[in-house]
Design a protein around this ligand. Structure first.
Ligand SMILES: Cc1ncc(COP(=O)(O)O)c(C=O)c1O
Length: 397
């Protein structure tokens, strides 16, 4: 037997949560677990701009032959403009290149391989806590993974601790930063905090890898890019992973990019030659459909406007749910205790609820969230915020 010694590993806890939610027969249940945007009806919609673009592709496409190793050049240019801004000098100077990847996860995996192969010996610093897949992607690529404090047991952002840890990081190490809508906590750095991080990064000659998975879900498409653009304009070299899963609703079409910024155009060609080789070993050439949809939207003024409005509507829904939930907690005397929910950004919230309270919420009220107390606020619906607040109040008694 070849497979006899292979044991079983536990599945992703969020998938287990999804299964338990699906089996729950309570019609008043809440799914605040899985990290996808949901509308008021609990559906994860396909944006109308995506539908239009798909129809155009269907009518026009004559081949499904391979795209190149870096993917579609139009997609690469347009996603670089979306991330860095149309007028970015990096674009004019040809100091930025995008490699199309299977989602933001693919971009992170490619970045991990790039660091392991082309920058050997560099460790990577992740926020504590961070998206659990960050931990495994970089460890799997053989990198030494360290952590900087981010949100402590008091459920507050710990910028001083973060800066202190990065100050002590070995020169040349990589630091992974969440551009906006920090997953899992929802706590984002202020502009002053970002400037302080930039100074440490410069002083310690760290290489930032900025994970940009939620552009448009925080304060707006342009606003959310502020820190990325600051770092791109102030530093000679930078890695950025961009995901189109959430803001384009293209989750299963696996659409993303790894953007590399270099100090000159010549170096970009060197780096891109390496990335093409690494990507070839990982997935050969990237999936096309989602990227073709994104290029169709971003390259067309009418579709881009429609899409921007749809992203803004998603963003506003989340912002309103955050404020609404805190208001609904007020009659229970809990609005101050949970005020941070309205201040956080993106879909996720570290609520501050304990694992025991999370368990009680699930067992007594069919409210499903991750054991750490992370709730996907976009999984709630405005019409039932009163019921959700009452359930939270019940387990806080
Ligand atoms: C922080 C973060 N980075 C990257 C991703 C990658 O998303 P995808 O691979 O679906 O594009 C996610 C998705 O949940 C995320 O939360």
């Amino acid at each position: 037997m070849h497979f006899g010694a292979i044991g079983r590993v536990p599945g992703d806890p969020i998938l287990g949560l999804m299964e338990a939610y699906a089996k729950d027969s309570n019609p008043q249940k809440f799914d605040l677990g899985v990290g996808v945007f949901k509308d008021e009806q609990g559906l994860t919609p396909i944006p109308a701009a995506v539908k239009h673009a798909e129809q155009r592709l269907l009518d026009r496409q004559t081949s499904k032959s391979y795209v190149g190793g870096h993917g579609d050049a139009d997609f690469g240019r347009l996603i670089s403009e979306l991330v860095l801004g149309n007028g970015s000098p990096l674009l004019a100077d040809k100091r930025v290149g995008a490699t199309q990847t299977p989602g933001g996860t693919g971009a992170l995996r490619l970045a991990a391989e790039f660091i392991a192969h082309c920058l050997p010996g560099r460790g990577i610093w992740l926020s504590d806590p961070t998206w659990p897949i960050h931990e495994t992607i970089f460890a799997t690529a053989g990198l030494k993974v360290s952590h900087y404090p981010y949100v402590g047991t008091d459920n507050r952002l710990n910028v001083a601790g973060m800066l202190e840890a990065l100050e002590a990081a070995p020169v040349g190490d990589v630091v992974l930063l969440h551009a906006c809508c920090h997953n899992p906590t929802g706590f984002d750095l202020s502009q002053n905090d970002w400037r302080a991080v930039l100074e440490v990064v410069r002083r310690r000659q760290l290489l930032p890898l900025i994970d940009f998975a939620y552009q448009g879900f925080g304060d707006g498409l342009e606003e959310d890019a502020w820190a990325v653009r600051l770092f791109a304009s102030e530093l000679p070299e930078l890695l950025i992973t961009s995901s189109c899963s959430k803001n384009f609703g293209l989750y299963r079409d696996r659409t993303g990019a790894l953007l590399v910024c270099t100090h000159d155009a010549e170096k970009l060609l060197d780096v891109r030659s390496q990335l093409a080789l690494l990507a070839r070993n990982l997935w050969s050439t990237p999936p096309d459909h989602g990227a073709a949809v994104v290029a169709e939207i971003l390259g067309d003024a009418m579709l881009k406007k429609l899409w921007s409005e749809e992203v803004e509507a998603m963003r506003q829904r989340i912002a309103e749910l955050r404020v609404g939930l805190v208001e609904a907690l007020a009659p229970h005397g809990l609005s101050e205790r949970f005020a941070h929910i309205a201040a956080q950004r993106g879909m996720f919230s570290y609520t501050g609820l304990s694992p025991e309270q999370v368990r009680q919420l699930r067992e007594r009220h069919s409210v499903y969230m991750v054991g750490t107390g992370r709730a996907n606020i976009a999984g709630a619906d405005a019409a039932r915020l009163g019921a959700l607040a009452a359930a939270i109040a019940d387990v806080c008694r």
